[in-house]
Design a protein around this ligand. Structure first.
Ligand SMILES: [Zn+2]
Length: 126
């Protein structure tokens, strides 16, 4: 993995690059405060937790929103990445993801599962 190049990749992503559906926007708003250790872990790899590549929502569970997986792009080689578990979420390499359109060496990790409170404001969109 290349934390410096990964950080550059995330620095160039804007709000326009993040999915605008209610599930993803809810994720973006809640994830950092709900999973601070996970956010710190991703930060050290150069990943901005508020810029997911892909979120896979399952639906509401006991007034929480369940995501079976949330994916992030990492720049560099996957060789030095090892699977970990943080705050009850597993973080692992996945080959099952949309096209990234990136030419440089990269891979995609998935965080699973993620459970977040639903927002009040945008609940109509869910
Ligand atoms: Zn979305």
């Amino acid at each position: 993995m290349n934390a410096e190049k990964t950080k550059q990749y995330y620095d160039h992503l804007t709000d326009e690059d993040i999915c605008h559906c209610a599930y993803c926007q809810n994720y973006v708003r809640k994830i950092r405060s709900a999973y601070p250790e996970l956010a710190g872990f991703l930060d050290r790899m150069g990943v901005d937790i508020e810029k997911p590549f892909e979120a896979i929502p399952v639906g509401p569970v006991n007034e929480m929103m369940l995501y079976s997986g949330v994916q992030y792009v990492i720049i560099g080689s996957a060789d030095d990445f090892r699977q970990v578990s943080i705050e009850n979420a597993d973080i692992f390499i996945t080959d099952s993801h949309p096209m990234t359109d990136l030419k440089e060496d990269h891979f995609v990790i998935e965080i699973s599962p993620v459970l977040l409170k639903q927002t009040g404001e945008d609940s109509d969109d869910m």
